[in-house]
Design a protein around this ligand. Sequence first.
Ligand code: V47
Length: 372
Amino acid sequence: MQPSFEDRRLQPILEKVQAGVRLSYDDGVALYRSSDLLAVGYMANLVRERLHADLTYFNVNRHINPTDVCVASCRLCAFGKRAKDPNAYTMSLEQVWEVAGLGYREAVSEFHIVGGLHPELGLEWFCQMLRGLKERYPDVHLKAFTMVEIAYLAQRAKLGLRETLLQLKEAGMDSMPGGGAEIFCDRIRRIICDHKIDGNQWIETARIAHQVGLKTNCTMLYGHIENEEDRVDHLVRLRALQEETGGFVTFIPLAFHPDNTPLRHIAKTTGFMDLKNIAVARLMLDNIPHIKAYWIMMSERIAQIAQRFGADDIDGTVVEEKIYHDAGATTSQSLRREDLLRLIREAGRQPMERDTLYRPVERTETTFTVLV
Ligand code: V47
């Protein structure tokens, strides 16, 4: 039976979704402007179940932030600090290698490594860091560096993006996270992160990463000063690059956390907005396999409900999170594997532990095997 939506303007979009027809820019704007969240979620869930049935993916990972020193002073960020700030920190290589092994009884399958743009840590330092991690934890996938960090390292080393990425890959970088994309629109970027590479440079760096064989994620920061058109423009640009390279694995909508940032006057996002962003992303990004509801950012409660609004992933155990907690996140810093299983099962989904590239993982108490 054909459902009948409260917002009648969504009916033609439903027909496209049912027929597997790509949604247009205008469809994206109409989805964002509709307050019929259940209709938007219903359509996103159709696509999500078509792609992933009732599976929800998660991983056992650890975040590592080697430094919070950053030459950029982005208004959106509460994490980056000036080198002379007494609260700033920079780990030594030995500390990074040691921290990587701390604090979790189960073997992690991924290190997620990102940090500030440090004026004194060059490409060779990061290559050494990767080599040291691979030596000590050979089974752990290294998902490291945003496009913004790569562009900065390349500029400092006076190398091209391709050469920089190749050197990092050679040293052990296996894939890249999706951060730093924010919102591509120049007008917004100038206000929230004017020290960062622009949207075109972010896209170009991702393009080259994909060309050298690195899979990456992608993100969008919402809930600050952007409007619906800016969001749809961002999604459509990601979709176009994916059409060209096929290198994106997962999209993660990131809710802006204003506390301790110069934009602290902006209200926090609501559950309604968080679910809407998950659902619209699933509908617009028809060529990106996975949509992640990052529980750290959207809370365990919303990330769980999101599994019925288009998301098929909830991220991982994380262990220690700084970027969102510096910006006032009240979620815990880590979840145990059994907590993730409970959240997923309670939402009526079947948990599937994955590695970074979504291959199934089987584990005992202290070891894991990736099933290829
Ligand atoms: O790059 C920074 C954003 C990103 C704030 O690829 C902020 O699997 C909200 O990219 N409020 C880091 N957002 C997080 C990230 C990520 C997280 C989980 C999984 C993956 C993945 C990627 O967070 C930054 C920036 O875009 N950010 N400050 C803030 N105050």
